[in-house]
Design a protein around this ligand. Structure first.
Ligand SMILES: [Zn+2]
Length: 399
């Protein structure tokens, strides 16, 4: 690991160490930051001034303490000047947000998916992103970059989509093509980052959550696909090939029902939208919209209740397996199936409580996704913040 001589990288590492320390403990003073980062007070003073000038940090009002002498000035992240663009490519449609450093949505645009082929999707996504970029800039925002969440495994931060089964994409150079499309729309000056949808969703929870943040943090997404994003020790955990978190394809029952991946008995074949749908309608080729399933539940349709409660039970089993695999500080549950509400979650909790009783251990904290249907767009914006504030990690591992 040799970085000597690269003064600009060293400076960036120190600047971003200060940003991360402020994020973990809003209200820290310059003296607190010197203690937290190990940098000298004079270095912290210079870097904090630079971060204030460039829109990352702001000074808050000094609290009256009654103490005599110069009072330390509390620092916080500045939500007023910088912004990130987050794009969500899903089977339901395209959605693009401009998001402040502190997680406030500034601009939003969306439209239905124009087809499933990349040559249909990427040009429209570029138009939407360019539109949101122009609006954010005309509102005076300085943009840091564009993040994109896609429903598939992404190999690396260069943005090759290894496999997106529900879109039918395989080994697709998303980053290269999208950069060219965006440049053709007049946006060629922003870094672009591409990552799996549930991997970015966990970053939305992590980067825009209240400190102190639980760690490990897991986002479990429930839709047609079932998958997880995992943050361990403050970093996205991707695995050797980017497949980490594909828990929808962990086996819950050997020789169980056939899954979309070809294996049998995967979690997705019990919990996913297609599994719930098939149990209700009796037809494997049928995919009932979540709204339809919810209406059936509201009408006390017995088959809908049985099917959703069964999915909920297996959801409990899947969370139990995540619990023992990661010992998470918090598990966040998101995705469209959350709209099914108590019939799904009551069954999951009662299953989990059983496991908890059996082994006499308290369950990890469980929460619903903070940003609901915007979890992936917010997460894609958070991906930009996550990467920029870890210049060491991403330079050494991914560039
Ligand atoms: Zn599977």
């Amino acid at each position: 690991m040799t970085i000597s001589g690269d003064q600009s990288l060293l400076r960036e590492i120190n600047r971003m160490a200060i940003v991360r320390a402020v994020q973990q403990g809003a209200g820290l003073s310059r003296a607190d930051l010197a203690k937290a980062t190990g940098l000298t007070k004079s270095t912290v003073g210079l870097l904090v001034q630079d971060l204030i000038d460039s829109g990352w940090l702001c000074e808050s009002d000094v609290q009256a303490t009654g103490a005599i002498g110069r009072r330390p000035i509390p620092l916080g992240l500045d939500g007023r000047r910088l912004a990130m663009i987050g794009a969500d490519v899903s089977l339901e449609g395209l959605s693009v947000l401009a998001v402040s450093l502190t997680g406030e949505v500034l601009e939003a645009a969306s439209e239905p998916l124009p087809g499933r082929r990349p040559e249909d999707v990427l040009p429209r996504l570029a138009v939407l992103v360019a539109d949101v970029v122009a609006k954010a800039r005309s509102a005076g925002r300085w943009l840091l970059g564009v993040g994109v969440g896609v429903p598939g495994a992404v190999l690396d931060h260069q943005g090759t989509v290894k496999l997106a089964p529900n879109l039918g994409w395989r080994d697709y150079s998303f980053h290269a093509v999208f950069s060219a499309e965006l440049a053709a729309c007049g946006v060629a000056d922003l870094p672009i980052l591409v990552q799996n949808d549930y991997d970015v969703a966990v970053l939305g929870e992590y980067e825009f959550g209240e400190a102190p943040l639980p760690d490990p943090l897991i986002y479990l997404g429930l839709g047609v696909g079932v998958g997880a994003g995992v943050v361990v020790r403050g970093r996205l955990f991707l695995g050797a090939d980017g497949f980490a978190g594909e828990v929808g394809h962990s086996i819950l029952q050997v020789e169980g029902p056939v899954c979309s991946c070809g294996r049998r008995g995967c979690a997705e074949a019990f919990i996913g939208q297609r599994a719930v749908s098939t149990r209700i309608s009796g037809r494997a080729d049928d995919l009932l919209p979540v709204e339809t399933i919810r209406q059936l539940l509201d009408r006390n349709d017995e088959s809908a209740h049985l099917s959703v409660r069964r999915a909920g039970h297996y959801l409990g089993v899947l969370i139990q397996n995540l619990w023992t695999s990661f010992n998470p500080g918090r598990v966040v549950i998101g995705g469209p199936l959350c709209d099914l509400g108590p019939p799904l979650f009551d069954a999951a909790f009662s299953c989990l409580e059983g496991f908890s009783r059996d082994c006499s251990l308290p369950l990890p904290e469980l929460r619903l996704a903070r940003f609901g249907s915007r979890s992936i767009g917010m997460g894609a914006a958070a991906l930009v913040k996550h990467v920029l504030t870890r210049p060491m990690d991403y330079r050494l591992c991914d560039r």
